[in-house]
Design a protein around this ligand. Structure first.
Ligand SMILES: NC(=O)C1=CN([C@@H]2O[C@H](COP(=O)(O)OP(=O)(O)OC[C@H]3O[C@@H](n4cnc5c(N)ncnc54)[C@H](O)[C@@H]3O)[C@@H](O)[C@H]2O)[C@@H](O)CC1
Ligand SMILES: [K+]
Length: 215
C-alpha cells in the first residue's frame, strides 16, 4: 500500500485532498494518525526526558501540536514553540492549538535556551514549503541545528524542497524523519538524504490508488 512509491508534493497534496473530500475521512483524523505515528517513534527511539516541539502555522505545525499533546498525555515533559502568526493558522492547526491550550501545555513564541532539551521535533514546514526560508524561520532552524538534542522531523525536514531535494535557504538537519503515507521525491535526491536522517514511512490511511487495496 504505502512504502516504495515516491511522490511529488503536488501528488501528495492530491492524495490528501482525495482522502478528505472524496472518501470523506476528516482531516483531523488523518492529522491524529500522523501524530500518533510520530509520537510512537519519539517514544521508542528518542530521549523523552525533555522534548521541544517547534511548530509552524500550516498543517505540519498542526501535526506537531498534536504530537505535543500526545506526549503530554503520556506524562512526558514537552514545550511547544509556535512560529508564525496563529491567526493565519489552518483550521486544523487552530483546533490543535486550542486543545494544547486546554491542557495547559507551555506554548512559547520564541526559542528557549536549548541546552536542557533532549529531543527537538521539527514541525515548522512540510510539503507546503513554497519559497526560500528567511528571517526568523531561518534563524530558528539554524539555532535548532546547533543544539545537542536528538532531532526528529515530521513529514520532511523543514527547508528541504519536497520536489527537488534542495535546501531552500536553510534546512533542519534531522536524525530521523517520520514521513506521512509516502516518501517525497525530494527526500531521495540532491541534499534530501543528508537532511532526512533515517526515514520512517507511516501508514496513516492515505493511499494513492485506493481502488487496488484488497481488504
Ligand atoms: N492535508 C492533510 O489533511 C494532512 C496534512 N498533513 C501535514 O500537513 C503538511 C502540509 O500542510 P500545509 O499544506 O498546511 O503546509 P505546511 O504546513 O507544510 O506549510 C504551509 C505554511 O507555511 C507557510 N510557508 C511556506 N513556505 C514558507 C517560507 N519559506 N517561509 C515562511 N512561511 C512559509 C505557508 O504560508 C503556510 O502558512 C504535511 O507536510 C503533513 O505534515 C498530515 O497531517 C496528514 C494529513
Ligand atoms: K517538518
Amino acid at each position: 500500500m504505502t512504502g516504495e512509491q515516491v511522490l511529488t508534493a503536488e501528488q501528495m497534496a492530491e492524495c490528501d485532498r482525495h482522502t478528505i473530500e472524496d472518501i470523506g475521512l476528516p482531516s483531523l483524523v488523518l492529522m491524529e494518525r500522523a501524530a500518533l505515528a510520530a509520537t510512537d517513534v519519539i517514544v521508542k527511539q528518542m530521549s523523552t526526558n525533555k522534548v521541544l516541539v517547534v511548530c509552524g502555522v500550516g498543517n505540519n505545525g498542526g501535526d506537531g501540536l498534536a504530537v505535543a499533546r500526545l506526549l503530554w498525555l503520556k506524562g512526558i515533559p514537552v514545550t511547544v514553540v509556535l512560529i508564525g502568526n496563529p491567526e493565519k493558522a489552518t483550521a486544523q492547526t487552530k483546533t490543535q492549538l486550542k486543545v494544547c491550550q486546554y491542557y495547559g501545555i507551555t506554548i512559547l513564541e520564541a526559542l528557549p535556551e536549548l541546552d536542557t532539551y533532549t529531543t527537538i521535533v521539527d514541525a515548522i514546514f512540510g510539503i507546503g514549503l513554497s519559497r526560500s526560508v528567511t528571517g526568523k524561520f531561518a534563524t530558528v532552524i539554524e539555532q535548532l541545528n546547533a543544539a545537542a538534542a536528538g532531532k526528529l522531523a515530521i513529514d520532511i525536514a523543514s527547508g528541504i524542497s519536497a520536489n527537488a531535494g534542495t535546501v531552500l535557504g536553510t534546512a533542519f538537519k534531522a536524525d530521523v524523519t517520520v514521513t506521512m503515507a509516502y516518501q517525497k521525491i525530494g527526500q531521495t535526491i540532491a541534499q534530501g538524504p543528508a537532511y532526512n536522517g533515517d526515514i520512517i514511512v507511516a501508514d496513516i490511511g492515505i493511499y494513492q490508488d485506493d481502488h487496488s487495496i484488497e481488504g
